[in-house]
Design a protein around this ligand. Structure first.
Ligand code: KIV
Length: 271
C-alpha cells in the first residue's frame, strides 16, 4: 500500500521526509523508495525544454501524473497545480480533482496569504494540499534567497502560519534562509520540505534530474549531484555510435536466426 498524506504529516519530529521529483514511470519506479514523488511543474524545464514553468498546462500535468502513478508502488504522489490553474476557487477545485483522478494523492500550489482561501476550498473538498513558500518559480522574476531581512522573514513566518490554518499538510520552503526555515519549522504543526533552505526543515526535496546530474542548463548551489548521469549517457552513446559505424554491433548474441533448412529452401527459390 502506498503512503498517504497522513503518513507524511505523522513524520514531523520523528523522521526526515525524502522527496524527489518524478515525471515518468521508469524514473519513478527507480526512485520509489522516497516518501513522496513530486510531479513538479519543473517538468516544463527538464522534460519539455521550456525556459521556466510558466508554459506548463493542466494537460501536461495530467499526463506526467498518470506516468508517475504507473511507476509508483510505495510513495505518495503530489502533483503541482500549474500557473493559472488555481486563480479562482472553482478552477482550483476542478483542476485538483483532475490531478487526483490521474493518480495524485495530493496537490501542491504556490503562495502565502493570497491563496489561503483557495487552499481552504480545495481541502474542504477532501483533497490534501501541499503549500509552497519562499521562492515561487511560477511568478518569480529573479531567483534570489528569500527571508534575508527581518521584515521579509516575518512575512514568510506569517504566511506559513496562515496557510497551515487553511489546511495544508506540509509546506515546501524554496531558497529560504536557513535560520528562517528553522523558525518556520519550529512554529508550525505540519512538516516543512526544504529545497535550498538548509538542514532544519522536516524533509528535503530535489529535482531528480539535478540530483542525478542529468540536467546541465542550470546548476543551483543547493542541488547536490549524487551522480554524473549526463556524462555516463554521453559515453554510452559514443560507444554505441562507434560500434555501429565499425559493424561491431549488433553481434551474434543480438540477432535472430532462421531455421537452417527453411533458409536453404528460401535461397533455392530466390537464387
Ligand atoms: O516544480 C518543482 O519541481 C518544485 C520543486 C522544486 C519543489 O516545485
Amino acid at each position: 500500500m502506498h503512503k498517504n498524506f497522513k503518513d507524511i504529516l505523522g513524520m514531523k519530529g520523528k523522521e526526515k521526509i525524502t522527496v524527489l521529483t518524478g515525471y515518468d514511470s521508469t524514473m519513478v519506479t527507480l526512485c520509489d523508495q522516497v516518501d513522496v514523488i513530486l510531479v513538479g511543474d519543473s517538468a516544463g524545464m527538464v522534460m519539455l525544454g521550456y525556459e521556466n514553468t510558466s508554459s506548463v498546462t493542466m494537460e501536461d500535468m495530467i499526463r506526467f501524473t498518470t506516468a508517475a502513478k504507473n511507476g509508483r508502488k510505495n510513495s505518495l504522489i503530489v502533483s503541482d497545480l500549474p500557473i493559472n490553474s488555481y486563480n479562482t476557487k472553482e478552477d482550483a477545485v476542478k483542476n485538483s480533482m483532475k490531478l487526483i483522478e490521474a493518480g495524485a494523492g495530493a496537490v501542491k500550489l504556490e503562495g502565502g496569504k493570497e491563496v489561503a482561501e483557495i487552499i481552504k476550498s480545495i481541502t474542504e473538498n477532501h483533497i490534501p494540499v501541499m503549500g509552497h513558500l519562499g521562492l515561487l518559480p511560477q511568478t518569480a522574476q529573479k531567483y534570489t534567497v528569500q527571508g534575508k531581512t527581518k521584515d521579509s522573514a516575518m512575512e514568510l513566518i506569517e504566511d506559513a502560519k496562515i496557510i497551515t490554518k487553511s489546511g495544508v499538510f506540509s509546506i515546501v520552503l524554496e531558497m529560504v534562509s536557513s535560520q528562517v526555515a528553522k523558525i518556520i519549522t519550529e512554529k508550525i504543526s505540519v512538516p516543512t520540505i526544504g529545497i535550498g533552505s538548509g538542514k532544519f526543515c522536516d524533509g528535503q526535496v530535489l529535482v531528480v534530474h539535478d540530483m542525478l546530474g542529468l540536467f546541465e542548463k542550470i546548476k543551483p548551489k543547493f542541488a547536490k549531484r549524487y551522480l554524473s548521469l549526463a556524462d555516463e549517457i554521453r559515453n554510452a552513446v559514443k560507444s554505441y555510435t562507434i560500434e555501429v559505424k565499425e559493424e561491431k554491433f549488433p553481434s551474434i548474441e543480438n540477432e535472430f536466426q532462421m531455421d537452417e533448412s527453411e533458409y536453404n529452401e528460401l535461397r533455392n527459390e530466390i537464387d
